[in-house]
Ligand binder design. Structure first.
Ligand SMILES: [Zn+2]
Length: 270
């Protein structure tokens, strides 16, 4: 790995920054993971009960391992207070890095419906907002939410498409937008077998309501996943998107449309 000079590291550290792609549940510190596991008597669901062991487990090996970690951690975040804690700690991390504005991706449907927690969307959102406002008050940092659809959790038992997760996520995002702090609808999870086109019904309504369309694409599937996101989902930004490099005409299109850099000013919450 290239080592940055101290001067450059300091310059970057002190520069005020906006970070527009981070996953709330994926950015939890090992210390907090252990705290939540103890709080809910779920230490037995973790491969280690030390911060060091969790750090090793967090090391990226492949996408299925990443999803396994993601779902294990999702299961530890169970109450409004849990959400408030992880959001507040995320705000502390922003302050430490001088990040003034962050758009955080959250996958609400997995918390309210996929894992059996008895958590309502109202409770989840209250937790997010309590954490956000506490971080803003204490550190002066601004956070906004992107709610994303977990594409691999949209199968009926017979393998046909179940639109409910996308529709519920859209409903949550519209409710959050009305309150001023949700800025976009996202799409995450396994790309293979879950092309963007099937989610067009939700993104069309999201765009019409003024939300950003910010799907993940072009990571485990090639350029066609990014093309599909641009055409079927009217994507404003592409999450990850590293395989765009395989198609020069796609790169040219992304450049012309300024897709990687498109920002909207933060909405003012009610
Ligand atoms: Zn992402």
């Amino acid at each position: 790995m290239t080592q940055l000079s101290d001067k450059l590291t300091n310059f970057i550290q002190q520069m005020p920054k906006a970070e527009i792609h981070i996953h709330l549940e994926g950015a939890i510190q090992p210390k907090t993971v252990l705290e939540l596991a103890k709080r809910h008597d779920k230490l037995n669901t973790l491969p280690s009960d030390t911060e060091e062991g969790l750090r090793r487990w967090f090391t990226f090996t492949d996408f299925p391992h990443f999803v396994e970690i993601y779902l294990t951690i999702q299961d530890l975040i169970r109450t409004a207070d849990d959400f408030a804690l992880i959001v507040y700690e995320n705000g502390a991390d922003m302050a430490a890095q001088n990040i003034r504005y962050r758009e955080l991706t959250v996958t609400p449907y997995t918390h309210t419906s996929y894992q059996d927690k008895g958590l309502t969307f109202a409770e989840l959102f209250e937790g997010l907002e309590n954490g956000r406002l506490r971080a803003k008050e204490e550190y002066g940092v601004e956070m906004r939410w992107v709610f994303d659809i977990a594409r691999n959790l949209t199968d009926n038992p017979d393998g046909s498409y179940d639109p409910t997760p996308a529709e519920k996520t859209l409903e949550y995002a519209l409710e959050g937008k009305a309150k001023g702090s949700v800025v976009g609808l996202g799409l995450g999870g396994y790309e293979v077998g879950y092309p963007p086109e099937r989610f067009a019904h939700a993104f069309e309504k999201a765009k019409a309501a003024g939300l950003l369309s910010v799907p993940h694409a072009g990571e485990t599937v090639g350029p066609e996943s990014i093309w599909g996101s641009l055409t079927a989902l009217q994507a404003d930004r592409i999450g990850h998107g590293v395989r765009a490099v395989e198609d020069p005409s796609l790169l040219a299109t992304l450049k012309v449309k300024q897709i990687p850099w498109r920002l909207t000013p933060p909405a003012t919450p009610a």
